[in-house]
Design a protein around this ligand. Structure first.
Ligand code: HXC
Ligand code: NAP
Length: 265
């Protein structure tokens, strides 16, 4: 049973980049369980097809799987067109597509840095802009960007990802100011360490799990469904006067240095 009323998002359509795996699959499941139809977008069609089937099975809702690389504006536009064609509207956009790896700043190539900026920061802008042009500027809506807390404390080996997420936080505020008069709310969720995700698999050093979990004030890692609940809240009318906010959902991890521990710092 959900903490929210089941039909809190009834009749709305969401597009979720990165929705085929991890945190954003969890977000999509929650949005669908509360009445949304959803399109999930990432590079890998087979992965998206399997995720869409699982999400439909679990929620009884409708899910469209559309392959697109967020670094290609034409592909992003085509994904939004496909969503509008299938569902007739678009109300909620979640920008979760991201790339990351551990690399010391001194060992990172310009191309490596640019790749992460292109996927996370430029990709988020490309999706926001296409959704704005094709749907949101006419009917309003909600954008939820997915950030992180890496840049609050300068987590080592994450210069590229931290810089990209800082750009996303800033973009959230700029778009909230520019698009607020059109009835578009733009917010951001900054997850902390979330269990069973590619992000944690890539970033958490072996043998550090217990120490890291104990360092989190709430004494555990988070779950994708908890990020999903935050997204349902921000997309719903319960957040009708909230825009330009970054909602940190991390059990208090960053304040207690938990993200620094991630790399043995
Ligand atoms: C140094 C690296 C590297 C590494 C890639 N590069 N991996 N540099 N260390 N481990 C460099 C490459 O050498 C290359 O530069 C450049 O990055 C582009 O690499 P490609 O493999 O050609 O890029 P691409 O195929 O587009 O793949 C993008 C990717 C990949 C980001 C590198 O890992 C990916 O697709 N990831 C998607 C899934 C993912 O990362 N999920 C986790 C999100 S978690 P050169 O100069 O060598 O050619 C997350 C967590 C945040 O964001 C916070 C958690 C707490
Ligand atoms: P994930 O499952 O790897 O999610 C990233 C998604 O982005 C994948 O579904 C991937 O699918 C897609 N993607 C990557 N490059 C893309 C591109 N160029 N175009 C379109 N889609 C692309 O990892 P996750 O850990 O759940 O992370 C989800 C989000 O939460 C990310 O924004 C991440 O930065 C953020 N976050 C995660 C954590 C954590 O603890 N895991 C903490 C803080 C923030 P394809 O490979 O099919 O393209």
């Amino acid at each position: 049973m959900s903490i929210f009323r089941d039909d809190i998002l009834a009749g709305r359509v969401a597009l979720v980049t990165g929705g085929g795996s991890g945190i954003c699959k969890g977000i999509t499941e929650k949005l669908m369980a509360h009445g949304c139809k959803a399109a999930i977008v990432s590079r890998t069609q087979e992965k998206l097809d399997a995720a869409a089937a699982e999400l439909q099975e679990k929620t009884g809702g409708e899910c469209l799987a559309v392959a697109a690389d967020v670094r290609e504006p034409a592909a992003v536009e085509a994904a939004i067109d496909a969503t509008l064609e299938r569902f007739g509207r678009l109300d909620i956009v979640v920008n979760g597509a991201a790339g990351n790896f551990l690399a010391p700043a001194a060992g990172l190539s310009a191309k490596g840095y640019r790749t992460v900026m292109d996927i996370d920061a430029v990709g988020t802008y490309t999706v926001c802009r296409a959704a704005f042009d094709k749907a949101l500027k006419a009917n309003g809506g909600q954008i939820i960007n997915i950030s992180a807390t890496l840049h609050y404390t300068g987590v080592p080996f994450q210069t590229h990802a931290g810089a990209a997420k800082a750009a996303i936080d800033a973009m959230t505020r700029h778009l909230a100011v520019e698009w607020g008069p059109l009835g578009i709310r733009v917010n951001c969720i900054a997850p902390g360490p979330i269990d069973d995700t590619e992000g944690m698999t890539r970033l958490m050093p072996k043998g550090m799990r217990d120490k890291m979990e104990k360092s989190v004030p709430l004494q555990r890692f988070g779950r994708s469904d908890e990020i999903g609940d935050a997204a349902v809240f921000l997309a719903s009318d319960a957040a009708s006067y909230i825009t330009g906010s970054v909602l940190v959902v991390d059990g208090g991890a960053w304040m207690a240095g938990g993200m620094q521990l991630m790399h043995g710092a």
